[in-house]
Design a protein around this ligand. Structure first.
Ligand code: P6P
Length: 338
């Protein structure tokens, strides 16, 4: 029976997953429930952005140099306020804020850490192109009961206990993993519930789509240039030429890559050796999802989830995609194939 007919709501799914862990306290589930509420609150504004004149720029600039849109600010504040009082989190960090975000003193310090990009793809807001919210959850590494610190936030991606995103597209989906596969829930706005629509998502082993901003081709290193040129050659046996699909919202391009296969990349280049995407807010959570679905993610030299972070807003090159596509890509990046 199709999973949606089971009326498996996100809430019920989270609770049933919790029952698999007899020692669970319910803290983690409650954190995910709070995140689901935050998703609906952000969706409510995103879905009517054009109607309430929320479009347009605040004119301010965020820590990584993007022009901040009003919806960015709303989403940033909404996620924080939905998550700050539950007692499950000891510290947060947002792509929109320079420093870590402490939990207000009147609320208990929890055992988890939340990092989030409140609205990825914000440059697409005014064009009504897919945008989304990305999140990462870690267990704290400093003593319980104390205020969370930067050390709690700067953990390598393999330490994530959950990661996911809410994609505001033709429909709104909550996609996440807690290390037991990747599951997608589609929002039914008539009842305000996320219903299980994509149970245990598995990436195709190989795709026929590559997703990169080819406008940067001239600045890429020769190995990347050779790989892209290879993908565009005519060779039916290996499914080439690939098609280029790129919307300029990382989570949208990564979500399509998750479902259809192929490869997404934002390489470093001569101007930006570490690329443009943020390790902590975009690449680690998406790499976690891609690996959980059977794909691979690297920074061009090592497994992306093994990268040791040194600062909250650091950039990293990223290559993520289907197992077989990543194997070929890595051969080019190592100079073993040309
Ligand atoms: P470019 C959106 O601003 C973002 O951070 C990612 O979501 C997206 O993949 C990338 O920037 C797009 O960057 O240089 O291709 O416009």
């Amino acid at each position: 029976m199709p999973s949606t007919l089971k009326f498996m709501t996100l809430e019920r799914f989270i609770n049933e997953q919790e029952r698999m862990y007899p020692q669970a306290t319910g803290d983690f589930s409650a954190l995910l429930h709070d995140l689901a509420l935050a998703a609906k609150l952000v969706w409510r504004e995103v879905s009517k952005a054009g109607l309430v004149n929320i479009l347009g720029s605040t004119g301010s600039i965020n820590p990584t140099g993007d022009v901040v849109k009003k919806l960015d600010v709303f989403a940033d504040e909404t996620v924080y306020k939905a998550m700050d009082h539950g007692g499950h989190i000891c510290v947060m960090a947002s792509e929109e804020n320079e420093d870590i975000l402490h939990i207000p003193d009147q609320y208990p310090q929890g055992k988890y850490v939340l990092l989030y990009d409140p609205l990825d793809g914000s440059s697409n807001i005014d064009a009504n192109i897919t945008i989304g919210t990305i999140f990462s959850v870690y267990r704290r590494v400093t003593p319980e009961g104390t205020r969370g610190t930067l050390e709690d936030c700067l953990q390598p991606g393999y330490k994530q206990v959950a990661a996911g995103y809410i994609i505001y597209g033709t429909s709104t989906m909550f996609v996440y993993s807690t290390g037991r596969g990747v599951h997608g829930f589609t929002l039914d706005p008539t009842v305000g519930e996320f219903l299980l629509s994509h149970e245990n998502i598995r990436m195709p082993k190989k795709g026929r789509i590559y997703s990169m901003n080819e406008g940067n081709f001239r600045n890429w290193n020769p190995e990347v240039q050779k790989y892209i040129t290879y993908l565009k050659e005519d060779d039916k046996a290996s499914g080439r030429p690939y098609s280029l699909r790129y919307i300029g919202t990382m989570l949208g391009d990564a979500h399509r890559t998750l479902l259809y296969g192929g490869i997404f990349a934002y390489p470093g280049d001569k101007k930006n050796p570490n690329g443009k995407l943020r390790l902590m807010y975009e690449c680690n959570p998406m790499a976690y999802i891609i690996e959980q679905a059977g794909g691979k993610a690297t920074d061009g030299t090592q497994r992306l989830l093994d990268v040791k972070p040194t600062s909250l807003h650091q950039h990293t090159p990223v290559f993520l995609g289907s197992e077989e596509d990543m194997a070929v890509c890595e051969k080019f990046l190592k100079g073993e194939k040309s």
